[in-house]
Design a protein. Sequence first.
Length: 79
Amino acid sequence: MKIIVYQAIFGGRDAYYPPSFISDGVHYAFFMGQGGCMDAKKFKIMPHLYFGEYDISVWMDGNFQLTGDIKQVVKRFMN
């Protein structure tokens, strides 16, 4: 199962907090730009356009930091 965790920050509203825990086999993506916060929404609501090769995509708000194994979270909520 291919998993990607992704975040977006536009317009300088939030600070970026990189994951403090990296899960084996999970990919991570981060989008940043100068546009308004609505520019980040396209990544949030249309992950299939950017991550079509993944089975599961997990959106995280830009001001959150991943501190645990995302595979455990996915497993818990996919059952």
